[in-house]
Ligand binder design. Sequence first.
Ligand code: NZQ
Ligand code: ZN
Length: 395
Amino acid sequence: EKLMNNFVYNTPTRVVFGRGVEEECGRLVRESGGSRVLLHYGGGSVERSGLLGRIRASLDKEGLYRVELGGVVPNPRLSLVREGVALGRREGVDFVLAVGGGSVIDSAKAIGYGLADEGDVWDFYERKRKAKGCAPLGVVLTIAAAGSEMSPSCVITNEEGWIKRGYTSEYSRPRFAVMNPELTMTLPAYQTACGCVDILIHTMERYFHRTGGMEITDGIAEALLRTVMKNALILRDDPSSCDARAEIMWAGSLSHNGLTGCGTDGGDWASHKIEHELSGLFDVAHGAGLAAVWGSWARYVYREDAARFARFAQKVMGVSGAGTHEEMAEKGIEAMENFFRAIHMPTSLTELGVSPTEEEIRDMAVKCVRGVGGPVGVVRPLLEADIEKIYRMAR
Ligand code: NZQ
Ligand code: ZN
């Protein structure tokens, strides 16, 4: 029998959720102790939608000093992080406000680490040093996907060698997250679907673990997965459903703030590591990359814990009827891939639009294991040769 693992559940982020809540931004910054704000954003969607103007007004209303740095791209780059650190130091910034999605929030977190440290931020991602702090951050979320608004993680791409690496520490959890689901209405359908996949897989990474576990955690995870699938289909047909957007947005935060990992060993995470190499090298959208590799990962590992995959098939994917654990597991994996197809997400690298050479596959597998510093995942710990096989299966 599996016994629960000890855990720490720490979610210090104040969530302010609903219509119009972005107006409260200035007050929230002030209450969080900020007075000199670095306003950080992406490639233009927040300018076009008028959101940035409302945020500026909200900061001005509180009399907060402000400098701005836009231009964060998906798979955010180290060079802009360094620019932000230099700007922040020059301007004596004491608070970073991210307006955007996972890429902007992660870039803001990395800048926050840089502002709290004398040395080079990349050291943390290379595991050379551990962060001793992070400048306080706030978030105005515009896409439900990465869960960075409540997570302790951030993922940055170093253009020198196209190395995409994550760094996790409790210091980087945002002080507040302003979440208005209406702000996600302007998303292209592709990005909405990518976000839904990411939310599902954050939950599945934790669901497929090796030790520990609790019935309450399983139940929360299973309900979360079913809710996201249901509402992703609603949004596919009616992108303007605010209720569906709210369900997905809150699920996105709960999928990655630690809730669905309480009592387990933390989960597998191999799909994520395998995907990060793809988006590092080929600059694809993270959620689409996950959809393209997840089925191959699942088929490669499920025999190590077929009972768990069978439970997933029944409780999450609604697979019914008799069969061995292996048979149920295969049906569950197939059902999840069918769901990805239903929301127009790729289930292979070809559909994702990338065709890595054998050399690139070897390179990604080596970087993947090196990045983790050992075998990848826990359901079936994967070495370079295993990861190469998964990339080939995913073709
Ligand atoms: O740059 P703009 O013009 O704003 O456009 C963005 C971007 O092109 C657009 N967008 C965002 N909100 C919009 C909008 N367009 C119209 N209307 C809106 N309301 O969407 C595109 C994608 O944005 P991005 O921030 O890249 O998306 P996402 O939230 O999926 O973040 C992806 C990044 O997060 C990392 C991923 O690896 C990837 O680099 N992750 C971060 C995690 C974390 N910090 O905990 C965990 C995740 O597993 C993930 O790895
Ligand atoms: Zn993810």
